[in-house]
Design a protein around this ligand. Structure first.
Ligand code: CA
Length: 226
């Protein structure tokens, strides 16, 4: 599916030229010439990214940004500023913009910014965690390694979710017990080791020499930082 980009800009020639460049990159382009229209289309079409001019007739880009941040918080926003003053950029970022670009801009630069923002948006999509060869889908409750599903028990899934969501952070056995089994299991740290061993046998190439789920001597375990 093509990513939808909404262009909110009152100058027709800028819209036209930006549209041509974005379409050439395979984006689906929507246009709005006022802030009000921009809000309406954005809320209806839910674009991946909104390119938002600041100086617009009617409500300005800052205000549009504030409105969209509340109504469609997962949409990326890049502000176009005619001015280069630091204040305008900071004001835009304070209003919730993800990035800004000073006009006149090079379309290649805009495309790079859009692509990098889309990558960041995807990374922060919390329903999927990707680390190394692993892909954890929190909604579907599945784990894949190199695109192959790994069968996990609910407990193993809850352990791996904790680790993959906190790479580099060491968890003690009692912490793992508390977070995965609850207060009734206090002191039964062996149950942690058994589950870790089983998990390693499923996710590691060589469970005797774990590459992903490391032992932290004297503490517990941690997921290797990517
Ligand atoms: Ca303008």
């Amino acid at each position: 599916m093509n990513e939808k980009i909404l262009l909110v800009e009152d100058e027709e020639n800028i819209r036209k030229f930006t549209r041509i460049n974005l379409e050439r990159e395979g984006f689906e382009v929507l246009e709005a010439e006022t802030g009000e229209k921009g809000v309406e289309i954005a809320e209806m079409e839910n674009p991946t990214v909104v390119i938002l001019d600041i100086m617009l007739p009617g409500i300005d880009g800052y205000e549009v940004c504030s409105i969209l941040r509340k109504s469609i918080p997962n949409t990326g926003i890049i502000m176009l500023t005619a001015k280069t003053q630091e204040d305008d950029k900071i004001f835009g970022l304070e209003k919730g913009a993800d990035d800004y670009l000073a006009k006149p801009f090079n379309p290649k630069e805009l495309i790079l910014r859009i692509k990098s923002l889309i990558r960041r948006l995807k990374d922060s999509d919390t329903s999927i965690i990707k680390r190394g060869p692993f892909e954890l889908d929190l909604n579907a409750k599945t784990l894949k390694k190199n695109d192959v599903f790994i069968d996990l028990t609910p407990t193993e899934l809850s352990i791996v979710t904790l680790f993959m969501g906190n790479p580099g952070r060491a968890f003690s056995r009692s912490e793992l017990l508390d977070k995965n089994w609850g207060a009734d299991y206090i002191g039964e740290t062996k149950i942690v080791d058994v589950n870790i061993r089983r998990l390693r046998s499923k996710i590691e190439d060589n469970p005797g020499k774990p590459e992903y789920l490391e032992t932290v001597w004297g503490t517990g375990y941690r997921w290797k930082k990517d």
